[in-house]
Write a protein that binds this ligand. Structure first.
Ligand SMILES: *Cc1c(COP(=O)(O)O)cnc(C)c1O
Length: 446
């Protein structure tokens, strides 16, 4: 999120009472930023190819209906991987023709529903293909169908997010004994298999390795079409995975860089013989989300200053449990939402949960936080505050979209008015009780 827009939004959150002692943690989404990322994605591919491209947003990155609706309005579809994600995409109005189902554990009922709706499905493995055989034979379907392959090109810097390792759980492992032959044979025997899918990266995977994975899938599609003797595979789904810069407000790498790299290294991808699907998630949303929290208390422990806030493991689960892989920036504002300046002091920024490791930042140099200050945690728009972790029965915070009105002097929002809209209401205590067996209080004592 542009820092000027963020500063205005922080100030307005305090002024307009969004963030208050009674509501000490909220999450913000920068509507204009999300639109800009969607436009950057679309234009990056349009600059290198004329072929039709469905950019299916990976719903797991930000499973929020208003986000899916906004992205759909911006021309994007949805990549879903569970019945819940499919329900969100449908609630947002994303049509089946713009929806892709990829999950490693689809049940027969999920597959049947997807085929009835005409949603594209990528089979994760050959057993799933057997299930598709039966469904395709039993009723006609408009669903484009494909297989996910793992090109086994190797890992990035975060093991848990590296999908193309030798032993990854996803897709058919192409370099395993006999696997490539089995995949080619599967297409030969099933004229309705018209797509090939790979998703080779996520945070920590270098662009060159992602492109190498796409190149492997392309080469396989060419081999299959040659073997079959016609253009049976007409669409390649190249997955998502563009990494995000969590160290500054700079948005790098860009979609344009990745699209150019693909055009250079896999030119055939764009020459008109294949339609394309992409599945970006993190890179569309991460930079446009910010958590705001009030500093409830400050203290020192062993000489270390600690600011105790309301943003911790429930919102930034990966950061708290794996701080080295998922560092987040922490920005200091005063109680009125003005950026704190002044000398940096090494301090810890803690969350509210009752375990010692619930720290958003450890030994971080930033202006000394005081009681009542506001802390902003940028780059949290994907895989973060929309992925609540119910530790200590901490509530899901409210999520608000915001826009900044242009101030008309051409200076770009110097004193723009900030307008908030509710994306998701904060979870109530009654909801927490209900979701924690409140209706079954006697279940274990009867
Ligand atoms: C998670 C996932 C994506 C999105 O990955 P990002 O790193 O968020 O871009 C795309 N496709 C599949 C199959 C995924 O599992």
């Amino acid at each position: 999120m542009a820092s000027s827009r963020r500063d205005l939004a922080v100030r307005a959150s305090v002024d307009q009472g969004l963030l208050s002692p009674a509501e000490p943690v909220v999450a913000l989404l920068d509507t204009a930023g999300i639109r800009a990322s969607a436009a950057a994605l679309t234009s990056a591919f349009a600059a290198v190819t004329d072929v039709p491209v469905l950019h299916a947003f990976a719903v797991k990155a930000a499973p929020l209906v208003p986000v899916l609706r906004l992205l759909h309005e911006a021309g994007l579809g949805a990549e879903v991987a569970s019945p819940g994600e499919l329900a969100l995409a449908r609630a947002a109005g994303v049509p089946p023709t713009d929806t892709v189902l990829d999950s490693p554990a689809k049940t027969p009922a999920e597959l049947r529903q997807a085929l009835a709706l005409g949603i594209a499905v990528n089979a994760d493995n050959l057993q799933e293909l057997d299930r598709l055989d039966a469904l395709v034979a039993s009723a006609p379907t408009a669903s484009p169908l494909g297989i996910r392959v793992n090109p086994q090109v190797g890992a990035g810097s975060i093991g848990a997010l590296s999908t193309a390792t030798a032993t990854s759980k996803f897709g058919v492992a192409l370099r395993d004994e006999g696997a490539r032959k089995a995949v080619v044979q599967a297409y030969l025997e099933r004229p309705w298999l018209t797509r090939l899918h790979t998703h080779t990266g996520s945070q920590g995977v270098p662009l060159a390795l992602m492109a190498e994975g796409v190149g492997e899938a392309y080469a396989l599609a060419e081999e299959i079409n040659r073997t079959v003797g016609r253009q049976q595979i007409d669409t390649l789904d190249i997955g998502g995975g563009l990494p995000v810069n969590f160290h500054s407000d700079e948005e790098t790498p860009t979609y344009a860089e990745y699209a150019r790299l693909l055009a250079d290294t896999v030119p055939g991808l764009f020459d008109g013989r294949y339609g394309l699907v992409t599945e970006f998630g993190r890179s569309l949303l991460a930079k446009h989300g910010t958590v705001l929290t009030r500093v409830e208390y400050t203290k020192t422990s062993g000489g270390r200053p600690i600011a105790v806030t309301h943003a911790g493991v429930q919102l930034a689960t990966r950061t708290v449990y794996a701080p080295d892989a998922w560092p987040l920036r922490v920005l200091a504002y005063d109680s009125e939402g003005r950026r704190r300046t002044g000398e940096d002091t090494v301090q810890d920024v803690a969350g509210p949960a009752c375990f010692a490791g619930d720290l958003l930042a450890t030994g971080r140099a930033l202006p000394l936080l005081r009681q009542g200050d506001v802390v902003a945690v940028p780059d949290t728009g994907a895989y973060c505050f929309a992925h609540h972790y119910a530790y200590n029965s901490l509530p899901r915070p409210g999520i608000h979209g915001f826009t900044v009105a242009e101030d008309g002097d051409g200076g770009g929002g110097g004193d723009g008015v900030v307008t908030f809209t509710t994306v998701r209401k904060p979870q109530t205590l009654a909801e927490i009780v209900a979701e924690s067996g409140g209706a079954h209080a006697d279940a274990l004592v009867g």
